[in-house]
Design a protein around this ligand. Structure first.
Ligand code: FES
Length: 169
């Protein structure tokens, strides 16, 4: 084997190693962002305790095969009375994490405190309102009810009905 050949082999192996490690990290990151909060699923309802989510934190849970983003707003994020879910004096954005343009999953940008949809550059603010690009409307709010500090997804409670009537009206 020539020296050139073995150098190529070495480089190939080195890059292969980097790619494999990168893959592991990517999987780890994906798992982290998808790790559900402790939640109880029963008859199409999913119950999530909101109290462990600190201001500024976001969690993604899966509900009926859809990603649901739950963001606990901090003092730097604009309140939005028409969309915020208020529990224990904290404001939460609870939205279906599917872009209203063509259905990609936007990601939360910590630096700008908004959601970016990488498919066509759509942007939604911390309340899920479309602020840039092709998305025609805000992120949808899933049906929910509130039980103490718990959010019950799949049940249309009075808080949900109020938000939906505000959104229409
Ligand atoms: S699918 Fe999100 S911007 Fe097109």
């Amino acid at each position: 084997m020539s020296q050139k050949q073995s150098r190529r082999d070495f480089l190939g192996m080195a890059f292969g190693g980097v790619a494999a490690v990168g893959g592991v990290f990517a999987l780890g990151a994906m798992k982290k962002s998808w790790d559900p909060l402790p939640s109880v699923q029963a008859a199409g309802f999913t119950t999530i305790d909101l109290s462990p989510i600190e201001p500024g934190q976001i969690r993604t849970i899966e509900w009926r095969k859809k990603p649901i983003f739950i963001l606990c707003k901090d003092e730097n994020m604009e309140p939005n009375d028409a969309r915020d879910v208020v529990v224990n004096n904290r404001r939460y954005s609870v939205v279906i994490g599917l872009c209203t343009h063509l259905g990609c999953i936007p990601s939360w940008r910590e630096s700008t405190k908004d959601f970016l949809c990488a498919c066509h550059g759509g942007v939604f603010d911390a309340s899920g309102v479309n602020t840039f690009g092709p998305p025609p409307r805000p992120l949808d709010i899933p049906p929910f009810s509130i039980n103490g500090t718990k959010l019950v997804l799949g049940e249309e409670g009075p808080e949900y009905k109020k938000l939906i009537s505000n959104a229409k009206g």
